[in-house]
Design a protein around this ligand. Sequence first.
Ligand SMILES: NC(=O)c1ccc[n+]([C@@H]2O[C@H](COP(=O)([O-])OP(=O)(O)OC[C@H]3O[C@@H](n4cnc5c(N)ncnc54)[C@H](O)[C@@H]3O)[C@@H](O)[C@H]2O)c1
Length: 397
Amino acid sequence: MSDMCNVALLGQKFMGRAHSNAYLKAGRFFNLPKTPVRHTIVGLDLIALAPFADRWGWRNYSTNWKEVVKQSEIDLVDVSTPNCMHAEQALAALAAGKHVACEKPLAHTLKDARAMKNAAGRARRSKTFVWFNYRRCPAVALAHRLVQEGRLGRIYHVRAKYLQSWGKPETPLVWRFQKKYAGTGAHGDLNAHIIDMARFITGHEISEVTGAIAETFITERPLPAGAARDSISGGGRRKKNVSTGKSDVDDCVLFLARFKNGAVGTFEATRLATGNLNNNSIEINGEHGSIRFGFEDMNLLWFFDNNDDKATAGWRRIMCTSAGNHPYAGAWWPDAHIIGYEHTFVNMVADMMAVLAGEEPTVPLPNFADAYETQRVLEAAMLAAKHRAAVKLSEVK
Ligand SMILES: NC(=O)c1ccc[n+]([C@@H]2O[C@H](COP(=O)([O-])OP(=O)(O)OC[C@H]3O[C@@H](n4cnc5c(N)ncnc54)[C@H](O)[C@@H]3O)[C@@H](O)[C@H]2O)c1
């Protein structure tokens, strides 16, 4: 088995940068059993590709993903394109015998996600991964471990929200606001992350969505132009007399859920929570304790231990940077020399390389089958909102 892993990365913008950085840095900070090689970067914009390849150290660049995924030297295809492309590209890569890492949500429709899960199941020599990178915040990985160790006991409540505010009226009609490219709006973008996080930390599956609201507040958006074309932060103030197009995805989705173990949960994702920039947070209450995590203070895990002496009990603020005690911390800096967003991707590359070398990841990695369970919950919530009714997960295949 080669100790090199030649990567073809499809997509060269936001996630293209995050993943390029991760492949670049993983071997610098972790002792990897396999080294990712930045073999080929693929995108649509030929003019931007050469400088991108040069900046991030990709050996080759191409606008032809169909040809690249079949190349014999490629070991891992990383699908970081808009959601509507995931299935076609991942299926082609699996058919060519490659390992596949795919961005979330798994696909823009449940049907595509199912095809991906089934193809991954058949491709026995290929490993699949899905970039639910927030699992790889040390604090989230620690929360997962505390629950596994029984420190929370029986889980009663999951309270998850992912609040952003960039979807204001002047933000142009980028692919994220169009169903044909994205599938859904804030839902697949943000609820996907917190559904995965809830499933990952608690180890419990959702059995029913008991009610949901999906709302589109901004139905017309300016057509993108120039630099704003691909931007998620918008093009400044809305100008008069600009052409507009229809946004046909949700701006927010809220839903209530029951878990198989009897726990109950609330989930909220929005792009219009003014004042919240990337407020991805979760609180979980159990019989023996609770945990609380918020991404904007991602180095911290808050833990309440019900067994503490009442006189001194309280929420513990745990700085998750202690090597040997906190997941991933040993690869980075001395205590309290904090890490950030990009490190979650680097941690994920380190775990993917471990799995490809036959070793265990630090904490479980989601594969296509796992991400399909999250996709089923996304689907159940949209059905619940549409029909104003409860939807059992057993009804969503
Ligand atoms: N894990 C996370 O935290 C996170 C954050 C943002 C986005 N995402 C996900 O990553 C994916 C990409 O999002 P993004 O923000 O990087 O989008 P983006 O618009 O910034 O970049 C998309 C890239 O895909 C390329 N592309 C589009 N169609 C293509 C095709 N047919 N062949 C080859 N390349 C093609 C574009 O040229 C561009 O480089 C989405 O699925 C999104 O949901 C995940």
